[in-house]
Design a binder for this molecule. Sequence first.
Ligand SMILES: [Zn+2]
Length: 299
Amino acid sequence: MKLSNHSLRQLDTTYLDGLDEEALRLLSAKLLEDLKEARERLNQNSRNSSRPPSSEAPWVGPDDEPISVYDKADGKTVNEVEEDRTSGKEEVPSENADSSCPPEKPEQEVRRAGKVEGAQGYGRKAPERIDLIEAHAPDSCACCDLSLSARKMVAYTGHYEVDWIRTDRGDWQTHHIKHLWHETLCECGHLTRAEPPRRMEDAVEVGGFRLIGSGMSTLIVALSLRYRLSRARIREFLSEWQGVWLSVGAIHNVIEEAGLAVVPVEAELIEAQKQGVRSCNHAFSLKSTGSSLAITHLA
Ligand SMILES: [Zn+2]
């Protein structure tokens, strides 16, 4: 997507009236590209994309046809009933037709998302020390492409990232990074924000405001898959031994995202096996690219 939600919300006719012809053409091209991408996503399903079938609406069948819903009274499908109606074969409903209808189900209590009231809550504490501050600012205006490097930027949000890195001395240590995200006002009046790249892949959000760095992600994946620790045990280990508090949900997200990052490796390993490599001695490391995970082949 060319324009973020924040940028799109600012666009209105008053703003468009103030743009010159070239800026309008630039903005139109971005809007057109975003519209096409949005339409493509709207038409995606489990047969033409990597979406799981469970993401489909329940009435969509395996061949993209509505599942035949049987009429409860006579066992006919909705399509057959419709055919009868158009050919004049429709039966007159009997007086006691209502008695064949199943009793209405009692309304289920709608559960609110989030923590159950009264349950113990968990919050993430700010780290006691910060090893690095990373500032992120927009390079150019999201609408008119004017360079914003010389203009004043203001931090609108920030987040902490915890990582596990190897120092120059060869030992490992936790590393706390404070990310500051800035916004800059352009001459055209548009406020552009620097935002981390984020996308959905197989119903998993990749990127975004990452709380866990690539080194810490690698450690979590090793603890989960190699040492078979549950999410709760990993949380306990990181808290007791590393002094890092992460929620079970954050740990789960990291494992899911790492799984997506290593998908291409499977094909590579199979190919290596086909070519007669007897023992696969591959080593891989998760690396951060921007705010997203990527895999690096080490050997
Ligand atoms: Zn601008």
